[in-house]
Design a binder for this molecule. Structure first.
Ligand SMILES: [Zn+2]
Length: 242
């Protein structure tokens, strides 16, 4: 006989992400996790597992879950109803700017007052406009985040941190990551968030140069260097990416 209880919800924290998982307890030997194409995650747990055990096992598998979610993202790209036409709103460092598209002899973006002024040779070409704006975001993200990282990095090197190698990439599921070898990757989409939120992600990842996992020591260091990091993290969760 298969005993199935009603499902429980567990939130798995990983990096700066909260991943909801539906957990079914049933008669079985091992925990099984499935990431569905609609990006919902279902875990089937043995009846003798406590919620804590399930939580711990899910957390261990979080990197795998994220890889699966990113895999499915390829088929459900975040394609908002953006038309890249004048009047649309875009974010930069937490502030809103209106897009103004004009035809011109070059492809360029300039931030002037409250406007993103986008000049393009192909004002009717949506993909082209998207690419021009994305390139602008990416190049600004690299410079801005690098500068913020440099503000913190010296203090951490003093705490026997490794010297980081910093990379930048557009990611859908996380703001940043740090490998045990000290390679930090920041999501270029961060540039849309307010500076104090960017600083939180930057410091969070840099603290991993001192403490690898999310141990008590890690959080202690973060608390000391940025006592209000939780507030910044909450604000970051409200950032809308488009
Ligand atoms: Zn972390």
């Amino acid at each position: 006989m298969v005993i199935i209880e009603s499902p429980k919800m567990i939130t798995v924290s990983y990096s700066n992400l909260q991943i909801p998982v539906t957990v079914w307890f049933e008669e079985r030997n091992r925990l099984r996790i499935t990431v569905q194409p609609d990006k919902s995650i279902v875990a089937k747990a043995p009846l003798d597992h406590s919620m804590e055990e399930v939580q711990a096992k899910l957390e261990k598998r979080a990197p795998w879950m994220i890889r699966q979610l990113e895999y499915f993202d390829q088929y459900h790209p975040v394609l908002p109803d953006r038309q890249y036409i004048s009047g649309e709103t875009y974010y930069y460092l937490g502030r809103q700017y209106r897009l103004k598209v004009t035809a011109g002899s070059e492809n360029a973006v300039k931030l002037i007052g409250k406007f993103f002024m986008l000049t393009t040779t192909q004002p009717e070409n949506l993909e082209r406009k998207q690419q021009i704006l994305q390139d602008w975001y990416t190049s600004h993200a690299r410079v801005f985040i690098q500068n913020r990282a440099m503000l913190f990095v010296d203090r951490l090197i003093g705490l026997s941190a490794k010297t980081p190698e910093i990379k930048y990439r557009r990611m859908n599921k996380r703001w940043g990551s740090c490998t045990p070898a000290g390679v930090i990757t920041f999501n270029t989409e961060l540039i849309k968030a307010p500076t104090h939120c960017i600083d939180y992600v930057v410091l969070h990842e840099l603290c991993h140069l001192v403490h690898e996992g999310h141990s008590a020591k890690f959080y202690h260091l973060l608390d000391v260097l940025m006592p209000d990091w939780k507030k910044r993290k909450e604000r970051l969760e409200k950032v809308i990416l488009t």
